[in-house]
Design a protein around this ligand. Structure first.
Ligand code: UD1
Ligand code: CA
Length: 452
């Protein structure tokens, strides 16, 4: 059985933040959530989060059936942190230790590590580093076997030349941990109980330390400040962009693409620069998205075209619709096939029927529009009476003239025509023309006032 311990008690002083470090986002999601997702991919039986600074916030955000929380009130070192979970671990488990601030670790690497553990062996993830300063260094004997880890602050000048660093990630059995952790001492440069000292103890007891080298530095990089957060954000975005490119999506510039959630796309979709996708977004085939769009929790059908600078949230857009430029589709918008929403149009809780058009400068909220409706420029649904929201219903094939005001609740029957500039306060029957504006008057020979 696999259990995973995630260390997340540190304050993250260098983030200079009120928030606990592991709650800072990467790709729109708290750092620790990335790590928990890896743990779930490994089908961990239980995930043990060691929390300390801002424990309430972390617990509130992460509470789940497969997660237990262990409080580490004082941060006395990584070994002390793992010790807080000892009682909760099952006697026969393999235990993998991860870090809440190391979000880009790969599942495949971890699987390799776990596979190496048995009652005679433990596993350690190391990494070759350009600049190993700050990392624990891996000490190996003449035959290349790992014999110990020495921390930066405890290392001799020769040891500091070693480029192989400790990622911190390791795996062993519960029995091994229960044996070693109580033996740790804090007699070192930092006065901490170092988890890394278990390596020396393993070697003393003839337990083989199996080292796996991470394929890239990025995978084991932790976040300690906002510079590193920004660096890993770019790395994550590049990885996500690469997956989409490989899946057949065109990103006009993968360096100007941000996904903060999940994006699935059919064939031949094209995404222009500076678009942000949040939550769960799905695109059909041949969808085109112009530059600077923000799209959150939306479903776009085949052949949908979103023009530049549109903002879409909690919306369903069926096949071959066209939206924008400069459109805002708010939650509850549902555009049926071939509908068109043009510039400076805001919709909310609005169903727009097949082939219907709202092309310019309108607010359509709490409304149900039939098929082939034409909504003229500047039409407003007055859905709010100051207390309650009311529904506007517009039947198939209606024509609403420009600058009309539809005071809800109100219903226009099929094929009705509303004259431009009308204020509609009562139901309109099918096939009627309704004119609700003051009649034009003509006063002949009118003299404008003159200055006295
Ligand atoms: C640790 C390793 C070092 C390794 C490096 C990789 C030890 C002694 N050293 O050093 O060999 O190269 O990580 O980044 O393990 N934490 C707690 N409670 C504590 C102390 C730490 O939860 O009491 C958490 C921190 O929040 C952090 C992580 O453990 O997420 C690592 O702690 P940190 O103090 O940053 O360890 P390093 O000095 O970087
Ligand atoms: Ca660190």
């Amino acid at each position: 059985m696999l259990e995973i311990v995630i260390l997340a008690a540190g304050k993250g002083t260098r983030m200079r933040s009120e928030k606990p470090k592991v709650m800072h986002p990467l790709g729109g999601k708290p750092l620790v959530k990335h790590v928990v997702e890896r743990a779930r991919e490994l089908q961990a039986h239980k995930i043990h989060l060691v929390v300390g600074h801002g424990a309430e916030h972390v617990e509130a955000a992460m509470v789940a059936d497969d997660i237990t929380f262990s409080d580490q009130a004082q941060q006395l070192g990584t070994g002390h942190a793992v010790m807080q979970t000892l009682e909760k671990l099952q006697a026969d488990s393999t235990v993998l230790i991860l870090y809440g601030d190391v979000p880009l670790i790969k599942t495949a690497t971890l699987e390799k590590l776990i596979g190496l553990v048995d009652s005679h062996k433990m596993a350690l993830l190391t990494v070759d580093l350009q600049n190993p300063f700050g990392y624990g260094r891996i000490l190996r004997d003449a035959r290349g076997a790992v014999i110990a880890i020495v921390e930066q602050k405890d290392a001799t000048p020769e040891q500091q030349l070693i480029k192989e660093g400790n990622s911190g990630v390791m795996a062993m059995t519960t029995a091994q941990l229960r044996n070693w952790l109580p033996q740790l001492s804090n007699q070192n440069a930092q006065g901490e109980y170092y988890l890394t000292d278990v390596i020396g103890l393993a070697v003393q007891q003839g337990i083989g330390v199996q080292a796996v080298k991470a394929a890239s530095e990025m995978e084991v990089l932790g976040i300690n400040n906002r510079q590193q957060q920004a660096q890993l954000e770019r790395a994550l975005q590049q990885q996500q962009a690469a997956i989409l490119l490989d899946a057949g999506v065109t990103l006009l510039d993968p360096a100007r693409f941000d996904l903060r959630g999940t994006l699935t796309a059919g064939q031949d979709c094209v995404i222009d620069v500076n678009c942000i996708f949040e939550g769960a977004v799905t695109l059909g085939s041949s969808v085109e998205i112009g530059p600077n769009c923000v799209i959150k929790n939306a479903q776009l059908g085949d052949g949908v075209h979103i023009y530049a600078n549109s903002h879409i949230e909690d919306a369903i857009i069926e096949n071959n619709c066209s939206v924008g430029p400069y459109a805002r589709l708010r939650p509850g918008t549902h555009l049926k096939a071939h509908a068109k929403v043009g510039n400076f149009v805001e919709t909310k809780k609005a169903v727009v029927g097949i082939g219907s058009k709202i092309n310019h400068l309108s607010y359509i909220g709490d409304a149900i529009l039939g098929d082939d409706v034409n909504v003229g420029a500047g039409t407003i649904t007055c859905n709010y009476d100051g207390v309650n929201k009311h529904l506007t219903q517009i039947g198939d094939n209606c024509f609403v003239g420009a600058n009309s005001t539809l005071v809800a609740p109100v219903k226009l029957g099929a094929n009705a025509t509303v004259a431009a500039g009308s204020t509609i306060t009562a139901p309109v029957n099918p096939d009627e023309l309704v004119v609700a504006r003051t009649r034009q008057r003509h006063i002949q020979g009118w003299r404008r006032p003159t200055k006295k």
